[in-house]
Design a binder for this molecule. Sequence first.
Ligand code: I3P
Length: 109
Amino acid sequence: KNGFLVRKVHADSDGKRTPRGKRGWKTFYVILKGLILYLQKGEYRPEKQLSDEDLKNAVSIHHSLAMKASDYSKRPNVFYLRTADWRVYLFQAPNAEQMQSWITRINTV
Ligand code: I3P
């Protein structure tokens, strides 16, 4: 599965609150391949190689949990992703259907 998502980093590994200045929303073209969520910055081109920065942004979804962010009301169609090492991301999908589709895909790999 792939598509555009807007990401906010809420907690770094061990659940430590991500510091100010690193909590902004950023758009990525997201590719779910196996157990990795690749986050590609900038314009999407299918033949484009993942940059070093893209690889740093990659998220392992092994033993992770995605769920609708019902308590987050500033933006619509937002879900949480909590990873095995207790990072927490918020992802905004373009619509409710896409949000549900990402949640299902992440939770059923
Ligand atoms: C963050 C940015 C986020 C905001 C976050 C800020 O600043 O403005 O949009 O989250 O608030 O810290 P920066 O880009 O400097 O990291 P919201 O959009 O959810 O308000 P937060 O610290 O309360 O999460």
